[in-house]
Design a binder for this molecule. Structure first.
Ligand SMILES: [Zn+2]
Length: 504
């Protein structure tokens, strides 16, 4: 009896004392772009724990962390639907490349390559969390590699496809968003359409999705687009074209034709969407230039250097064999060796192949090549079903790894006015979340997770360049992930609030 009386007294005292802090964080006076694409408005945001609990007038409330966002844009954290930032995840748990450009969620397992098995990766991530949220697809190339090993330069047998299906189902049970392909890369390039379709059909039962670096972004582009549309139609699942581009000179100016085909497919009930990064040049292996893998074919090399990218437009970003060539373009290297550029291209690859035979491992090599045009990029960016991605990595040499999202805001919104600020933010947040099938993120909304970016719309811009690919952007003031601040004062904070996002 006495205990109860004391308890009541304590409760009475607690309830009489005004709560000193109503929220963990209040972001005051900012301009709210809620990620839905609608008009911005002025309001305060109240955060408790990992959740946005109030949006409105909080003039009379207090918080442990009180942030004045006057003159700033407040947006949902950016969702990178095609990211390679997970490459050095456990070495760089604070993910400076991602958070410094406002990215709070990265979607991993792209281009057919994923952490395998996904359950193991998620266990490691649960034990060693990182600064951003992570979701992943299950990668075709990864599954193909574990089933077929070194004997991959052929179609898979029915039994091998069954094995891949079983592995895919395991990853889907672990929470994969869906299935990704990288059909310009080994070993997926050796698959036929039926293999991919059969695997994609597994996704329907899981309500999974298909995301694809399609079979060709240049020579066989239209057929590759048809393949992804067919998968959407036959497997009855949403399909997304990764980093959509027209990467060959004779495809330039065809963005309208491409969009017409995609719109027609959507009219026929196929849920096809795309993501894009805001650069005219890509980064990949040097060998991706030769889809038939005939690396010694000088005629093919001539065609590549005429139709896909010019000798001065290919920069060797990595070349382990002769590091002195890194950062130089093919025209300059050809001049140094006094060879025609086509011969030089063929020889650079021959040296890689020889070196790999001798050293029994893959050689570090990569190129950045300009093969897209601005008008097409703008049109594809404006297509209502395109969201923004980086395709970037933390350790890469392409500036997109540190600057894709801020480049959108600086170059394509403020300078070129290709999109309004609310449209661009929608394509970086709300639309991106829809395209990969994640909920409770991508909007500033009561009850949603508090993934938030605070930036200065007047100054925000990318600073990373080919010469300095790891330079932080300007204008990103603060970034929260699940209510905790991960980036401020141009520095990461060393907090690791990121969560694993499983398919819902
Ligand atoms: Zn790709």
């Amino acid at each position: 009896m006495r205990k109860i009386a004391v308890g009541i007294l304590v409760l009475f005292i607690i309830s009489c004392k005004p709560n000193p802090k109503d929220f963990d964080t209040i972001i005051r006076n900012g301009m709210i772009y809620d990620g839905s694409g609608s008009e911005p408005y002025k309001a305060d945001i109240g955060i408790k724990g990992d959740t946005i609990v109030f949006i409105g007038d909080l003039a009379k409330s207090s918080a442990i962390n009180d942030v004045d966002a006057k003159g700033m844009t407040v947006s949902p954290g950016f969702i990178d639907t095609h990211s390679h930032h997970a490459g050095v995840l456990f070495e760089q748990r604070d993910l400076p490349a991602a958070v410094s450009q406002g990215i709070t969620t990265i979607i991993s397992g792209q281009d057919g390559s994923s952490n395998f098995p996904l359950s193991k990766f998620y266990k490691e991530l649960a034990d060693t969390p990182v600064a951003v949220n992570i979701a992943s697809y299950s990668g075709h190339n990864t599954l193909r590699d574990s089933v077929m090993g070194k004997d991959f330069k052929r179609y898979a047998s029915p039994a091998e496809i069954e094995k891949m299906k079983a592995l895919l189902r395991q990853d889907m049970e672990a929470g994969a968003l869906g299935f990704s392909t990288g059909l310009e890369y080994d070993p997926g390039i050796y698959s036929n359409k039926d293999e991919v379709l059969q695997l994609a059909r597994e996704l329907q039962a899981f309500k999974g999705r298909y995301i694809s670096h399609i079979r060709s972004e240049d020579r066989f582009f239209w057929d590759a687009i048809l393949e992804v549309i067919t998968i959407g139609k036959e497997a009855k699942i949403p399909v997304q074209v990764s980093h959509i581009k027209l990467a060959m000179h004779n495809l330039w100016g065809k963005a309208d034709s491409l969009i017409a085909i995609l719109d027609e497919a959507r009219k026929n009930g196929i849920d096809i969407t795309s993501d894009i990064y805001p650069y005219t040049f890509w980064h990949s292996t040097i060998r991706v230039l030769f889809p038939d893998r005939k690396f010694s074919d000088e005629n093919e090399a001539e065609m590549i250097l005429k139709e896909i990218t010019l000798p001065e437009d290919i920069i060797l970003s990595a070349y382990e064999i002769q590091p002195e060539y890194e950062g130089k373009n093919l025209a300059a290297i050809a001049k140094l060796e006094n060879k025609p550029p086509a011969r030089m291209l063929v020889e650079l690859i021959a040296r890689i192949e020889d070196w790999e035979k001798k050293n029994k491992r893959g050689c570090e090599e990569g190129i950045m090549a300009t093969s897209m045009n601005e008008t097409d990029i703008k049109k594809l960016m404006q297509w209502p079903h395109t969201n923004i991605c980086s395709d970037g990595s933390s350790s890469g040499t392409h500036p997109r790894g540190y600057g894709a999202f801020t480049r959108m805001l600086g170059k394509y919104v403020r300078e070129k006015k290709v999109l309004s600020l609310q449209e661009a933010i929608y394509k970086m947040t709300g639309l991106a979340a829809q395209h990969v099938g994640i909920s409770q993120r991508g909007l500033l909304k009561q009850g949603y997770f508090a993934d938030i970016v605070l930036f200065d719309p007047a100054t925000v811009k990318d600073e990373s360049t080919i010469a300095e690919p790891h330079k932080f952007s300007t204008g990103i003031e603060k970034v929260w992930v699940n209510g905790m601040i991960v980036f401020e004062n141009k520095k990461t904070t060393g907090q690791y609030p990121g969560k694993i996002i499983r398919r819902q």
